[in-house]
Design a protein around this ligand. Structure first.
Ligand SMILES: Nc1nc2c(c(=O)[nH]1)N[C@H]1C(S)=C(S)[C@@H](COP(=O)(O)O)O[C@H]1N2
Ligand SMILES: [Mo]
Length: 331
């Protein structure tokens, strides 16, 4: 997905270079005070590397058990890249905009509501979200539709635990998700030039059986600690066999419904982004191939890390969810 105000811009997956990772990383280091004159200034003078002199986010350590069975042993993308090369258009369309603009994003108090076609609607506070569910670490591949990928150690719990808790009605068939709408905090929601011209709040959806699949995670952390705001604090969805845009960040509501819910990127360009968005090397995006991806790992500017993309991002156990479906039609 490219910035929407440049419709003539043609996306090439090779545009996503190590330079952009480097630049993003540099901005993180800068923001942490490791680069430039800031490192030499006194505390008072260097306070407020982030916008508007507000304090930067600090991650809290979380307790978890590691799920080896559902984790990949591929090399993990370093923390600095996971947290500085992001898509979170509410904070800007550039890969390093979220880390620059989201540091003072308020996650406490928070309110996450599970409602709709359920017997017991529930609302979770920030503390409920972090404490109510036993956390697992799962190292998943994340494959963005833009043809780059990462390997990320998420902390979270299965979405099916949350949904079961609310007791879905037999008539529920889909799950609709919504990101916080707060233009005061999210510059991209105030200004369409910053937010890429997409309609906010960001919304996503899954079929109920996809939502109940054991791989589908609600994540509250990465690398053993709470999620940084740029990664979707305090809680975001992670669906590892689908393109990254399905993994909606900073979720405030989860609504069970009997109709396929609208999804942000599908609304914007239905021929480019479908409801299903399963990773599929055989179905090209209209403007680029999905046959391979650029794996973002450690390594410098010129490291060669283009790899073949696997169907369902390698999570072949989800194939039974789609038997008898034409995945070129339901892309
Ligand atoms: N609310 C919201 N959720 C979002 C996005 C966004 O712009 N807004 N971007 C999506 C895209 S395109 C990707 S690839 C992943 C990126 O997650 P990460 O930055 O934690 O790697 O978040 C997804 N979730
Ligand atoms: Mo993405």
């Amino acid at each position: 997905m490219t910035k929407q105000f440049k419709p003539s811009q043609t996306f090439k997956s090779s545009d996503i270079t190590d330079e952009s990772v480097f630049a993003a990383r540099r901005s993180l280091l800068k923001s942490m005070g490791f680069l430039g004159a800031g490192a030499l200034l006194s505390n008072s003078a260097s306070a407020g590397w982030f916008s508007k002199d507000k304090p930067a986010f600090t991650a809290k350590t979380l307790e978890f058990t590691r799920n080896d069975t559902l984790s990949t042993d591929e090399s993990m993308t370093p923390y600095a890249k996971v947290t500085s090369y992001n898509n979170f258009y509410e904070f800007g369309t550039g890969k390093d905009d979220p880390v620059e603009n989201a540091q003072s994003f308020k996650v406490d108090p928070w309110s996450l509501k599970i409602d709709g076609m359920v017997r017991k609607p529930i609302t979770l506070s920030y503390d409920d979200i972090l404490q109510r569910f036993a956390l697992e670490e799962r190292v998943y591949r994340l494959r963005c539709v833009e043809a780059w990928s990462m390997v990320i150690p998420w902390l979270g719990f299965e979405l099916n635990k949350l949904i079961s808790f609310a007791e879905p009605l037999g008539s529920a068939k889909y799950v609709a998700f919504k990101t916080l709408f707060d233009p005061k905090q999210m510059p991209g929601q105030r200004n369409p030039f910053i937010g890429g011209g997409i309609e906010y709040p960001y919304v996503e959806g899954l079929r109920l059986d996809e939502a109940m699949h054991p791989l589908t995670l609600m994540s509250v952390g990465v690398y053993g600690k709470t999620l940084p705001p740029q990664n979707g604090a305090p809680i975001r969805l992670v669906v590892p066999w689908k393109y990254g845009f399905k993994s909606i960040k900073s979720v405030v509501s989860i609504t069970l419904t009997d109709r396929e819910p609208p999804t942000t990127w599908n609304r914007l360009a239905a021929h480019e982004y479908g409801f299903y968005a399963n990773v599929n090397p055989d179905v090209a995006h209209p403007r680029w191939s999905q046959a391979s991806e650029r794996r973002i790992t450690e390594g410098g500017l010129f490291s060669q890390n283009r790899i073949a993309t696997e169907k369902f991002n390698g999570y072949h156990e989800v194939a039974p969810l789609y038997t008898n479906m034409d995945l070129t039609r339901y892309y």
